[in-house]
Design a binder for this molecule. Structure first.
Ligand code: SF4
Length: 247
């Protein structure tokens, strides 16, 4: 994907969603850190349900450390790997209290030293809580980066490093959320929704999909001007544009 296409891609993301946000609920950098630790291999919805009950009881490093593993488990039992996560949360809280005065550090090395915090979690916290230009590459972002040709790579680190170079600087802080949301709701793993994709005409992915039945020529021409997405499709996939939207 060339420079102009990359710029246009993010211009459209911004125009459509000027202030993208994580779908995890949090009220402080610490709450975000805990929510992200809990979110490994779990949905944001399941984490939010757990933290909605946990945070009113304990939402500081000191309070969660005191609550302890057995005290935390009842709140997060519905989340996968809850035993390990509870142990990591308590150990991380102890470290925050003992080494960081109860504050969430803003340095990658210090974050990654916390139990349960890997590079991706550190990137989310640096980006979302502290507004730093960091790119947490999850499964959605990995897929979108490769399919679109924005930042292809065989490993997460390779994709992350390419994204940091390829995303126009002015969009770098928000790029993580735009790409994640795009992968979660449009560029789906099994059946990407190319027919309603905002960036279909910019994307390098060849076998674009559609769940919309091809229309007859006359009706296709009539509908091609109805939306930007339809216009984009009519350039590349005339047989796929037109009638209706997928469920
Ligand atoms: S056109 Fe299809 S493959 Fe490309 S980004 Fe959009 S949904 Fe994904």
């Amino acid at each position: 994907m060339n420079r102009d296409k990359r710029a246009e891609m993010f211009r459209r993301f911004k125009a459509t969603n000027p202030e993208p946000r994580t779908e995890l609920h949090y009220g402080s950098a610490f709450e975000l850190l805990i929510a992200v630790i809990l979110s490994a291999q779990a949905t944001d919805v399941s984490v939010n349900k757990a933290t909605e009950r946990l945070f009113p009881v304990a939402n500081t490093p000191d309070a969660l450390w005191k609550l302890g593993v057995e005290g935390i488990i009842p709140y997060i039992r519905t989340i996968g790997l809850y035993n390990t996560k509870a142990r990591n949360v308590v150990a991380a809280c102890q470290m925050l209290c003992e080494q960081h005065d109860g504050e969430v550090p803003q340095q990658r090395e210090a974050l990654e030293a916390l139990p349960g915090v890997g590079r991706k979690t550190a990137n989310v916290v640096l980006n979302t809580a502290f507004g730093q230009m960091a790119m947490a590459v999850d499964t959605h972002i990995f897929r979108v980066s490769n399919r679109t040709g924005l930042a292809p790579g065989k490993t997460v680190l390779e994709v992350e490093s390419r994204l940091m170079r390829m995303v126009p600087r002015e969009y770098l802080v928000d790029a993580h959320h735009w790409l994640l949301l795009h992968g979660r709701y449009v560029c789906l793993a099994r059946t990407p929704r190319c027919e309603e994709c905002l960036i279909a005409d910019l994307c390098d992915y060849k076998p674009k999909t559609t769940r919309v039945k091809p229309l007859k020529t006359t009706r296709r021409k009539a509908s091609a001007g109805k939306s930007g997405a339809a216009l984009a499709r009519s350039d590349q996939e005339p047989a796929a544009s037109g009638k209706g939207r997928p469920a």
